[in-house]
Design a binder for this molecule. Structure first.
Ligand SMILES: Nc1ncnc2c1ncn2[C@@H]1O[C@H](COP(=O)(O)OP(=O)(O)OP(=O)(O)O)[C@@H](O)[C@H]1O
Length: 495
């Protein structure tokens, strides 16, 4: 120990060394000042400060808000899906719940509560997540929600380039695999989409439609999914619009459910009455997720949206006055057609991918031609009355039979009576015994046929009576005018 102490330099030696180093530093500094241009010196100084701060002040925080430039923030969404899978022993709380009323034993769903902290490890980095929600007092966005992700400053680039794409991919995989679909309805009070589990039995298999039309729709959906690159190359938003039209009870809603089940897409069911104005509409629509169906049912009932702009305003007002009921809603929405169309194929349409937009209507003729223009709604599908092929599908689904000797008479009746698949389905549900149900259906169809024939006969009688009355009126008028002419002539003669 004593030898070791002896070998240490003395205090005066250290002082001398410090003095000479300082002198050397000053000398180097003045040489640098003389020789290196100011810009270069500043650059070196900044780099040096950066290097020091990286080593000594090591934390960096990413703030990920739920909205990004008027649209849903996809990194936020990815984090929302990904983080519940990373809840480990270090986390102190977790939101759990279940929203499947049909299955109380369904696995619980997890979500991150406010102020909860989650630690994640990725390629040697330690990443700390926390979630916060603050009130904004703005009616259209009552809460601002955001995640904070803290990492080492030196890891910042790696987080941006590798970690974010990684969690986005994992979240997408989770969403693709999730078993249950959701149906979202817009809650005007909270300005949020309310989600519920969507379990609808309708599939393309159960739909009573012409097989060719069914196949056409399925092929169209398949082609849509596979054409991501095509849409990018031609500079179009990756969307597909379907207009389903036809009388009530012909299966428009069932087709929407079948499309959702086929594509495994969530549904966003939008009631126009709940939209305040165009700005509100934009916000609502941009907070829907990719791989989803935006459904607007009975579009003809939203007068502002469906009004035929080709007609003069006075005519439209007159028509509306004549026609109370669903077409003239007490809650006329504040949304305009242009607001809706701007979203469908305007600039807003580029927000999001893999979207299907479905409009349904019972009165296609009442829709604005601008809504029907080619390119707006890509496919128009007519859902018509029950055909023999449709009936066969319904009998397979409801009675479990593909053929019966009563089918022939039912086919004949279906060719002459307009009956909806909903009506046929209702008759088939009357009994589990096929014979009873089929005979019930025949009776129902005959009753309908007789009613139609009676109505036609009545109409014919009415119109022939009207014709007769018109004829009589004309004869009387002619006689009166002849008499008048005679009187006039007499008068002229007399004068
Ligand atoms: N084409 C169909 N195939 C199978 N079932 C159908 C079909 N059409 C109607 N149905 C049956 O009738 C019920 C009502 O049909 P749905 O609500 O789909 O008709 P819609 O055309 O949407 O009617 P609305 O215009 O009144 O909304 C469904 O629950 C379904 O059971």
């Amino acid at each position: 120990m004593a030898t070791l102490l002896k070998e240490l330099p003395s205090f005066s030696t250290l002082l001398a060394a410090y003095a000479s180093i300082s002198a050397m530093a000053m000398l180097i500094r003045s040489i640098l000042n003389e020789m290196v241009p100011e810009k270069m010196r500043k650059y070196i100084a900044t780099k040096f400060t950066e290097l020091v701060s990286i080593h000594f002040n090591s934390d960096f925080t990413f703030v990920i808000e739920d909205r990004w430039k008027a649209a849903d923030n996809q990194i936020f969404r990815a984090a929302e899906v990904y983080l519940p899978t990373r809840v480990g022993p270090s986390s102190d709380s977790l939101l759990v719940g279940s929203n499947d009323p049909n299955d109380p034993t369904a696995p619980i769903k997890r979500s991150i509560p406010p102020d909860c902290t989650i630690t994640d490890d990725f390629e040697g980095m330690r990443l700390k997540w926390s979630f916060s929600s603050i009130e904004t007092k703005k009616y259209y966005v009552p809460n601002k929600r955001f995640f904070s992700l803290t990492c080492k400053k030196s890891d910042r680039e790696k987080v941006e380039k590798k970690y974010f794409p990684y969690i986005t991919k994992i979240a997408q995989d989770i969403l693709n695999k999730h078993e249950s679909l959701n149906i979202n309805t817009y809650d005007q009070e909270c300005s949020m989409w309310e989600s519920a589990v969507f379990k609808h039995p309708a599939t393309f298999e159960t739909l009573a439609m012409e097989p060719e039309l069914k196949q056409f729709i399925m092929d169209d959906l398949d082609a849509f999914v596979q054409r991501k690159e095509f849409f990018e190359n031609v500079g179009r938003a990756w969307k597909r619009g379907y207009l389903l039209y036809g009388p009530p009870g012909t299966g428009k809603s069932s087709l929407v459910a079948a499309i959702a089940n086929y594509m495994r897409y969530d549904i966003y069911d939008l009631q126009f009455q709940s939209v305040r104005n165009d700005a509100d509409l934009r916000r609502i629509l941009t907070s829907t997720s990719n791989r989803s169906i935006l459904l607007i049912e009975d579009i003809d009932c939203s007068t502002n949206v469906s009004r035929d702009r080709a007609k003069p305003k006075e005519i439209v007002e007159e028509e509306e006055d004549d026609e109370p009921g669903p077409n003239r809603s007490a809650f006329d929405p504040g949304v305009t057609l242009s607001g809706l169309l701007n979203f469908i194929d305007g600039l807003w349409s580029s927000c999001g991918n893999e979207r299907i937009i479905i409009f349904t209507t019972n009165h296609k003729d009442k829709l604005d031609p601008a809504l029907l223009r080619p390119g707006r709604m890509d496919v128009h599908i007519y859902m018509g009355y029950c055909t023999p092929a449709g009936f066969r599908k319904l009998s397979t689904t409801y009675l479990g039979i593909k053929d019966d000797k009563l089918f022939g008479s039912i086919d004949d009746l279906l060719k002459s009576v307009e009956v909806t698949p909903a009506e046929v389905a209702q008759q088939l549900m009357i009994s589990e015994e096929p014979k009873v149900a089929l005979n019930g259906l025949i009776e129902f169809l005959n009753m309908k046929k007789n009613k139609v024939e009676e109505n036609e006969a009545e109409e014919e009688e009415k119109s022939s009576k009207e014709k007769e009355a018109k004829k009589k009126k004309k004869t009387v008028e002619r006689q009166n005018s002849m008499q008048a002419a005679e009187t006039d002539t007499r008068c002229i003669y007399l004068t």
